[in-house]
Design a binder for this molecule. Structure first.
Ligand code: SF4
Length: 475
């Protein structure tokens, strides 16, 4: 059975990685996200980003990925030291029970696993071309999702320029940050320029190319890449395009035309469109500000109906506010999983669900849930199990093991909870952030999230307590 074999594969990869060291991860060599709008990069997408120096780039354009900083982290991994920047994985690996972290899952992927020996040979010294590239050319975006950042979303940047920073202890949304300021003039952006110098040699080694943003469908460089792919064969390549599917249909139509041209050229392996939803209903629109669920669905169905060969992956950044409407989201996924199947194989769905847990800002993390919300999460996990592929036994398409494993580990992460003082600080931030968010954006947390009100008001009382003790200190 497929479900069993993927778990066996993770286990085998885990053992192989551990034979080098308990912190060795192929993603540090072969996966990179390049934020060309400010020259930042990270491997993989979980650690914080960092920048190469312009001198490094002048010597070798691959320094967009092979920075001196990253090479040092690779050396640590080979020695068995856990780099702090990879705490996303260490948290999962330290959770009681058997869980596979992204270190195991990513290293098991087709873009990583075959290059195990090659990575060992390169060690911490040599430059390598990534096999999995995620690239963003600009921060232009029509959304300002609650957990997003100003250098990733121009709409967020605009709001912070107008109203100033949020008064939270978390510096997550802080603006401006010198090393992350987007270069607005793309034509004179040294990172974009270096990228196009590196591109022909880089392209031939790519197994996965993922275009991200901002909102990529609003950016001309996206279509330059798509045109290149349509005219340059790379039979091993899986192309992925991120989109919020919340743009005007004319941009979606432009993408549909480009994608069809690529598919007709038969120059690559496959294409997947990645989109995002974290829960359902007005609550989803609140979290991902700018989202209009009706427009989203209309764009989604338009793509699925126009391109029968395309797969759509839902990236779910599961956060504290995802919990209460999550079941409706799962029901929607289940419905379209069965409606949109592979034309060559009706047992395979074109819809994929990928649940990851939000790491930052902390005040939106799922590990702040109370018992009541945690019970809802467990119940959603049971719902997924009761509607899993193995349970349905081929009668209809359900959730697969990959999807179940992601939900299972999320529930495990949330169940651990946080230390009381830390929670106090986060609830204060939760209140400060969302009360101001409502004021600026004319939204209403209290109306949309009744099951969170106890936490919200607890946060409010902590803020007031602190204010009173400050006033007492002054007088
Ligand atoms: S965060 Fe995990 S998957 Fe990412 S590079 Fe670090 S160890 Fe690998």
């Amino acid at each position: 059975m497929h479900g069993d074999s993927i778990m066996d594969e993770y286990n085998e990869t885990k053992k192989k990685l551990d034979s080098v060291s308990a912190s060795f991860c192929l993603a540090k060599w072969y996966q990179v996200t390049l934020h060309l709008q400010n020259g930042n990069n990270h491997s993989c997408h979980h650690p914080n980003t960092h920048q190469p120096t312009l001198a490094e780039l002048k010597a070798d354009p691959s320094a967009l990925h092979n920075t001196a900083f990253k090479k040092n982290i690779r050396k640590l991994m080979l020695k068995g030291v856990r780099p702090k920047e990879c705490e996303y994985c260490w948290k999962i690996e330290d959770t009681p029970g058997e869980h596979y972290s992204d270190r195991h899952i990513k290293s098991n992927d087709a873009w990583a696993k075959p290059y195990f020996e090659e990575a060992l040979k390169a060690g911490g010294k040599d430059n390598v071309n990534p096999k999995y590239l995620e690239v963003s050319f600009s921060n232009s975006c029509n959304f300002k999702c609650s957990y997003c950042l100003p250098h990733i979303s121009s709409s967020w940047m605009k709001e912070l320029k107008q109203f100033g920073n949020y008064d939270t202890q978390s510096a997550h949304h802080a603006y401006p940050r010198e090393d992350k300021m987007p270069i607005q003039d793309s034509e004179n952006n040294p990172y974009v320029k270096t990228f196009w110098e590196w591109w022909p040699s880089l392209y031939q080694d790519l197994k996965v190319l993922r275009i991200t943003g901002g909102e990529p469908l609003l950016v001309p460089d996206t279509f330059k890449v798509l045109e290149y792919v349509a005219t340059h064969p790379n039979k091993d390549l899986s192309l992925a395009i991120n989109t919020n599917l919340g743009v005007d249909q004319k941009f979606v139509n432009k993408a549909v035309t480009s994608i069809k041209k690529i598919l007709q050229s038969e120059h690559l392996k496959d294409i997947t469109l990645y989109t995002s939803l974290d829960t359902w209903g007005p609550q989803a629109e609140y979290i991902r500000f700018g989202l209009n669920l009706e427009l989203f669905k209309s764009n989604l169905f338009h793509v699925l109906d126009s391109i029968p060969d395309i797969k759509i992956a839902f990236m779910c950044t599961y956060n504290l506010l995802s919990v209460t409407e999550f079941r409706q989201f799962l029901e929607f996924i289940l419905e379209i999983k069965n409606k949109y199947t592979n034309p060559k194989n009706p047992h395979e769905s074109r819809i994929i669900l990928d649940i990851s847990y939000l790491k930052d800002p902390h005040f939106m993390c799922a590990n702040l849930v109370d018992t009541n919300l945690l019970d809802s999460m467990k119940s959603d996990l049971n719902f997924m199990k009761a509607n899993s592929d193995s349970f349905k036994n081929g009668k209809s398409i359900g959730f697969n093991d990959y999807e179940l494993n992601k939900m299972e580990r999320l529930v495990g992460f949330a169940a651990i909870g946080v230390e009381p003082n830390f929670k106090k600080m986060q609830l204060s931030d939760l209140y400060k952030f969302f009360s101001e968010y409502d004021r600026r954006r004319k939204t209403n947390f209290e109306k949309l999230f009744p099951r969170y009100l106890e936490m919200y008001y607890q946060g409010k009382s902590y803020v007031e307590e602190k204010l009173l003790s400050k006033q007492a200190d002054i007088s």
